[in-house]
Structure formats: C-alpha cells, structure tokens
Design a protein around this ligand. Sequence first.
Ligand code: GLU
Length: 427
Amino acid sequence: MSTEYKEPAPYKRGEANPFESMMVRFDKAAELCKLDEGLYNYLKYPVKQVIVSIPVMMDSGKLEVFEGYRVIHDNILGPSKGGIRYAPDVDLDEVKALASWMTWKCAIANIPYGGAKGGVKCDPSKLSKLELEKITRRYTANMLDVFGPDTDIPAPDMNTDEQVMAWIMDTYSMHKRNTVTGVVTGKPIVIGGSRGRREATGRGVMIATLSALKKMEINPEDTTCVVQGFGNVGSVSADLLHKQGVKIVAISDVSGGYYNPNGIHVQEAIDYVAKHKNLAGGNFGDKVSNEELLELPCDILVPAAKEDQISAHNAGNIKAKLIVEGANGPTSADADQILRDKQIMVIPDILANSGGVIVSYFEWVQDRIGYFWEEDDVNNRLNRMMREAFENVYSTALKYDTTLRLGAYVYAIEKVAEVLKLRGIYG
Ligand code: GLU
C-alpha cells in the first residue's frame, strides 16, 4: 500500500505547509491501523473544492475582487461541518488541511458530520463593517449550492464572529424565501444561537486538560499554565483553567506576551482586551515575545493562536509536561517525535479544541427542533462528550502503543472507514 511514511522536509518555524503536516500524521495513522489502500485514497483527497471570486464595491468607490474558498473533505458521517476564516494569507492548501481536520475532529467527538472549511483571502483589520458585510453576503451567495442545513454547515473561525454568521444566515434565508437558522452555527443567541457556544472551545480545552491531569495524577491546583493567543479560545481557556485552580503564569496575543510567575490576573486581562482590542500597553507582568513564551517554565502549555508555532526548531526547549492544542495545527509534524522523546503529553487539536464543533452540533439540533436548552444542559452535555472523546483517544493510543495524536487519528480513521464500508460505494 502507498501509505509509507516519509520524514517531512525540515521546516522553518511558521513555514510548514499545513496540508503536508496533516498528511504526515494521516499517513502514519493509516499505516498503524492498516487502512485498506482504496479507503486510504478515498480519505486522502477532499470530495469537493470550490473557489469563488467575490467582487465588492469598497467604501472608496473602488471595485475590488477577493478570493473565497470552501473545501468539503467528506460527507460520510453526515453533512459537512467547519468554520470560515478571513485572513490575508489563507489559501487552498490551508483550507484543505483544515477541512480534513474537521473530518477527524467530528469523528472523534462522535457527532454526525463530515468535514469542511472555508476561507476568504482578505485583511479584516483594514475593512469597514460595511465592506465586511458585503464580502460575507457575496461569498454566501456564491456558495448557495454548497451551504445548507442538510449539506454543509459553516461556523466561525479565525476573524469571523457571530455577526458574520448572522449575515450568512440572512443571505441564505433571503434566497430560500424562509428563515433557515440551521444553515450556520455560532450565531447570536437571539437568532437561533446556542447558549454556551461562544465559550465552548475554551471550555473543551479546560475539560481535556483536567482529563489529562487526572491520568498524570497531577492536581490542577499544583500546576502552572502558559497560554499563547488571547482571542476567544485562549482567553476562555485561561479563565476556566484559572477557575479550576490552575495558575496562569503567561499570556500573549499578536501584540506580544507577559510573564508573571506569581500568576496573571486573567479577568483583568479580559477586561483590558474588551476595552483596548488587544493586550498591547497592558501591565500584566514581564514582557516576552511569542517565541519566548512557548519556552517558559510551566506544567501546561496551551497554544491557542496559529498553526506551526511548535516545530523541530523549538520543541526541544519546551518545558511543559502537557501541551493542549487550542488552535488548529499549532504543532508541525517535525516536532512530534521530539515531544514524544521528551515524554510531553500532547492533547492534539482534533480532540482538544473539539468543544466548539460539539456545541455547534447542539446549536444545529436546537435549531432543527426549535427548542432551546439551558446553559447548564449545554455545558453538562459538552462535559460528558469531551470526556468520552478523551477516553476513546486515550485507549486507542494505549492499544497501538502510540501518542495521543496518532491515537486520535487512528480512532477517527477507523470510525470513518467503518461507516464508509457500511454505506458502500455508489456507482
Ligand atoms: N472553527 C471551529 C473549529 O475549527 C468550529 C467549527 C464548527 O463549529 O463547525 O473547530
């Protein structure tokens, strides 16, 4: 079979190709679980890749054209699911990797979805609200045949929020001539969003961390934690971990980081960011760069910023005992073995940050039945599903004598392959 593992070319930090990073792990996992060659080829490539051009009349009166993507990796377990990111450097390769990760993430979480991802190449920091709305509506209009509550369901991702989801829902509904709340998740609560969705990814990070600490027989109250990224995922993770007794000793965002071995006042940092947009100019501890931050002494490291922050370049210097991947793809493939040799437990992204898509699933269910749950119901169900997912990945890793990352891939691949075999190939 063609799943032979090859070492990836040495990457410089931040330059790894996310699709290759994903494929290296997929290949290794496929080898471990002896995936049939035909199924390997089926699962390797996305079923659909759509590129659209998005003409927008800018506030200046100038016409600009943006490029938008939606990649459906598969729809084996159900309609495809995954966020949409707006960023100047987003490209098809990144979206392809992120779409496959969604497949594995949904399979691990035991929710009935395939994987997808979307993106628009633009710089939201340079766009007015009206320009952002126009891009979103035209992107949605161009994707009318792709999106749908039974076919493909977008959600927020990097630089997209509840407002963007509301515009997507409205544009889709206008074309369909009725309100279709279930076409997108991560909406504001008043228009069919779910309680607890905004905090869900960070809450999931906290639950996964507690599950791992229990296996390691470490009391959360005896631990220190460094969080890279202070957006929705990083800030909620820091806050909820702090509430479990974990001491947060460093935080950072695009503007840089702060280290305080006595503990950072997380709520103050959250209030500061609400007022000033980011951490720049704050007084939370000694200033450190984002690179230095990753190498600080701590027990738990939560990379919740961007892809490829941990690579062969710096993995050897990491002091944490546990890494919990709040971001998608924060560790490039060339770091995996180094971290394993250092006996650092890594809870992989496709497990650690699955709280977001789990509560997206709850939102979609609530939209479909038209009955909305209390926040406690959402959080309790999330807690149960995350813990179950952790146990499934943990026991698969033990069974195959491998890392949690490869355990997660194997669990997901075996599940998707089983369903694919049962459904069979049409044609
Ligand atoms: N963008 C989030 C993720 O990467 C959420 C996706 C969703 O809720 O569909 O998991």
